[in-house]
Ligand binder design. Structure first.
Ligand SMILES: Cc1cc2nc3c(=O)[nH]c(=O)nc-3n(C[C@H](O)[C@H](O)[C@H](O)COP(=O)(O)OP(=O)(O)OC[C@H]3O[C@@H](n4cnc5c(N)ncnc54)[C@H](O)[C@@H]3O)c2cc1C
Length: 445
């Protein structure tokens, strides 16, 4: 058995297969494991996640919590950052009329999201109509206030790292419903932003890779997958592997770079080509003091680029290790494309300048700054995830997970719930591993 991709999904699938007593090898193109999970450690061992960072409690995200327990990794509560969040601040200063319009808009969104069939989004009532418009078009027909439109854009960019024009309205509603609603998506109290992992979320991948040992091969970019009636031949950088079945645990934008023989059904290729990878640069600034706490957030000038989403990323003191006071900010959507082409120094300057405009001049003088440009990752190409533009959900998005002969598909984008999250990546791994284990029994009968 072979698994392509040593992100959290590929590693989890490989571990399940190995635990079931089957031979498995993981082929990873990059020289590191983890994919969209990547942890930066300070000299004293304190960690900051440059990729996936937050999780929800067990009731909402059972798989990731179970895995953290399995490997005895420790979680801590995200600092409550309501006052830090610019969107929250803008919403708290609305006039009565504007507030009423916003509440009406959210109620309408909630009502529509409730109507989505999460198991089969294409079978939602009115699916064709909702999938034929972008979030941008729907917003323009349902929200008049330019100020509220701007706030809504920020919410969409924060959650999808794409512009509202790039996302199907049906897909947006599907994500809202399958993640428990907009409130849950953002909440640091029971929602997706509730907890962090002391060792860093990428420690999950380190532990799984340690369990798999020399069965994880780094620097093996897979180019060709050749399917024959009795097996699969995989051509990778410097190796040819023959196996019974393969799991591709890659984001769809990378899967479609592989040559398949025979070709995959055209509809599947089309789906993978249409799905769009989000664009994001995640930035951390560390300070002597948490000067922003208790301070009134300022509303930034519209021409400023970053800070759609800025949170307190501080870490608590632990043993001999001091607390670290940190902010995390995201450059997302079209801005990320522009700033990916600029130098790291220019990017640092604009991020700190933007933080200073919102939180005060102290932001210009961090004791440390680091960021990660996900667009520059050669085998991933962006983040947080691939999303559906108009027309794709009703053209068979849910088929993305279906096996094609001896080829199986994992990866966060193929999940039913929490698509684009680590929880979704683990759900997909579980499903793909079970498919393969069942098929292997039949293959050998
Ligand atoms: C900035 C950022 C913030 C995020 N925040 C959160 C969060 O707070 N909470 C959350 O739950 N999720 C978050 N996510 C999303 C989460 O990280 C991903 O959903 C998850 O890590 C995806 O895992 P995966 O295994 O499906 O794919 P990936 O991690 O993308 O793994 C795919 C692997 O395949 C490899 N590969 C690609 N092509 C080939 C090839 N041809 N041959 C061999 N190998 C190949 C890649 O190098 C990569 O290692 C975030 C992501 C980003 C980028």
């Amino acid at each position: 058995m072979a698994v392509v991709g040593a992100g959290v999904s590929g590693l989890a699938a490989a571990c399940e297969i190995a635990r079931a007593g089957r031979k498995v090898v993981v082929l990873e193109a990059s020289e590191r494991i983890g994919g969209r999970l990547l942890t930066h450690a300070l000299a004293d061992g304190t960690t900051f996640d440059l990729g996936g960072q937050w999780i929800a409690p067990r009731e909402t995200m059972p798989r990731v919590n179970a895995l953290l327990e399995r490997y005895k990794l420790r979680t801590f509560h995200q600092v409550d950052s309501a006052r830090m969040d610019l969107t929250t601040h803008k919403l708290s200063t609305l006039s009565r009329m504007t507030k009423a319009e916003w509440e009406w808009f959210l109620a309408k969104l909630d009502e529509l999201a409730a109507s989505v069939n999460v198991e089969a989004p294409a079978e939602t009532a009115d699916a064709k109509a909702l999938d034929s418009v972008s979030v941008e078009e729907w917003k323009r027909s349902n929200l008049d206030s330019p100020y509220l439109r701007d706030i809504f854009d920020q919410i969409v960019r924060t959650e999808f790292t794409l512009e509202p024009k790039d996302v199907s309205m049906l897909y947006f509603l599907f994500c809202v419903k399958s993640s428990g609603g907009i409130e849950t998506m953002f909440s640091s109290d029971g929602g997706s932003h509730t907890m962090r992992v002391a060792e860093g979320l990428a420690a999950l991948c380190d532990r799984m890779a340690a369990e798999l040992g020399d069965r994880v091969l780094l620097g093996y970019q897979v180019y060709d997958v050749i399917q024959r009636p009795d097996g699969v031949r995989i051509v990778a950088e410097g190796a040819i592997i023959e196996c019974e079945r393969v799991i591709l645990a890659l984001p769809p934008n990378q899967t479609q770079r592989i040559d398949f023989d025979p070709m995959l059904p055209r509809r599947r290729m089309w789906l993978m080509q249409r799905l769009e990878m989000g664009t994001v640069i995640k930035c951390f600034a560390l300070y002597e003091t948490p000067f922003w706490r208790g301070r009134e957030v300022q509303v930034v000038a519209p021409e400023l680029i970053v800070l759609d989403h800025t949170l307190d990323a501080s870490t608590p003191a632990e043993g001999d290790r001091p607390a670290h006071h940190a902010l995390v900010a995201f450059i997302g959507g079209d801005d990320a494309i522009v700033w990916s082409d600029r130098s790291p120094e220019e990017r640092r300057a604009v991020v700190l300048d933007s933080l200073a405009r919102v939180l005060g001049p102290e932001a210009l003088h961090p004791i440390d700054y680091f960021d990660h440009d996900w667009l520059a990752e050669p085998f991933i190409g962006g983040g947080y995830s691939c999303y559906a533009p108009p027309g794709v959900v009703t053209a068979g998005l849910e088929d993305l997970a279906k096996p094609i002969g001896r080829i199986h598909f994992a990866g966060s984008e193929t999940a039913r719930a929490y698509q684009g999250y680590v929880e979704g990546a683990l759900e997909a791994a579980e499903r793909a591993a079970q498919e393969v284990l069942t098929a292997l029994v039949h293959d050998t009968v």
